[in-house]
Ligand binder design. Structure first.
Ligand SMILES: [Zn+2]
Length: 42
């Protein structure tokens, strides 16, 4: 079970948005780790 760094936030756990500065990455829910298994199955 390899834990892959989230590509969306590059493992930061948050992303920069145009409005509002930054917010928690909803792709990995702020963990910075890509949930590949869950994402693949759903
Ligand atoms: Zn992320």
């Amino acid at each position: 079970m390899n834990k892959t760094t989230c590509q969306y936030c590059a493992g930061n756990g948050y992303v920069h948005v145009a409005v509002g500065g930054s917010e928690t990455c909803h792709y990995c829910e702020g963990t910075g780790v890509e949930k590949d298994e869950v994402a693949m199955k759903q």
